[in-house]
Design a binder for this molecule. Sequence first.
Ligand code: FCB
Length: 420
Amino acid sequence: MSHYQVEGGDPCDWTDWEAAGRTKGGTCGRAADSWRRYEEDAALAANLGANAFRFSVSWSRVEPRRGVFDEAALARYRRFVERLVSLGLEPVVTLHHYTHPRWFHEKTPWTSPASVDAFARFARETARALSPHVRLFLPFNEPLVLLLGGFLDGQIPPGLADSRAAGRALDHILAAHAEAAGVLRQEAPGAAIGVAHNMMDFVADRPGNPLDALLARHARRLYNTAFLEAFATGRWNLWIPPFTRFKGRRDALPGSLDLVGVNYYSRLHVRFPAATRVLTGFAYRDRQGRGLTDNGWEIAPASLPALLGDAGRLGLPVLVTENGLADGADALRPAFLESHFAALAEAEAAGVPVAGYLHWSLLDNFEWLDGYGPKFGLFAVDRETFERRPRPSTGVFREIGKSFLSLPLRGTRAQKSVHI
Ligand code: FCB
């Protein structure tokens, strides 16, 4: 899960975004009240048979004023991490999951090199507080989505639609990843570093149409692999049709990853000419008959093995860092879990070193632009009492997770992880 979507009461740039009416789904408010209930949530995950738990640290809580770190907030995360460890849950810690402290965009925006130092300092303070208990850090969740949504499409904070600003932000976000990786390795020796990269499948909307097919191929390459390759090579050259190109180089990037995390949800049907809005101009269609989720996303497990294979080309273990669906009635979730675990097995059989699977999500939570409509939880959360109620698919998750965990990680004696 991610801090803002579950903790509640965390004023940050996203809170201001809601207040300015920039979201469709209203305000976050108390979220799932996890800031006070994290220990309870950890126990729910442990009872499901999970052996890992992904969460993120709120930068706005930890550094509410620039350069001033809140020891009580850090201690609260440390207590949670200790609880996870005592329950046999491996903490998987994301440092940046979309939100920023209120001061950030004004004082050290991603368009400025000062952002790199600011992020590295936050990484250092967090690692100091959480080591030695954390063995896997993900400095960024979906950095490409942050870039596209925040700097090209104006959909999420800071809400820019400016390709020059986007080019600078991309450079600094990648530099911040590399810098944070170095800091984390110093402060938490032995910890692995990953990135949670959103991957989608893209297919021609009009089957057989060569221009749609060309666009789909380009989108697959741009969105899924070209960006990831920057972490391996230190260079990027991304062309976003028709007129936007980002080119750059950061020599600190190669070696900054130990593992590739993949967030996978769905596939998109693209039609030429592409719509101008980067994140919203595509269609979801139920072409495989597996259904559409409550928020309209096509359920497409068949695309997952090839995407994991693409991620695996970096030569590192691949961890599914998010996968799940909005399904309030819990009608599609059992089949979703089965088909996606089958897809994981297929990827492994094809040689991809799948390190684990983290489900999105343990709880119903605040969905960024859509509020509390979409219900992603294995547990429903009562919006008045915050009581967590298991959906029937918790049983399916427990059983499938057990057999998944009984298989060793290909080529090593390490154990797989299954979460939340
Ligand atoms: C992912 C985000 C996550 C959640 C899911 C549904 O892209 O990382 O926070 O919103 O989508």
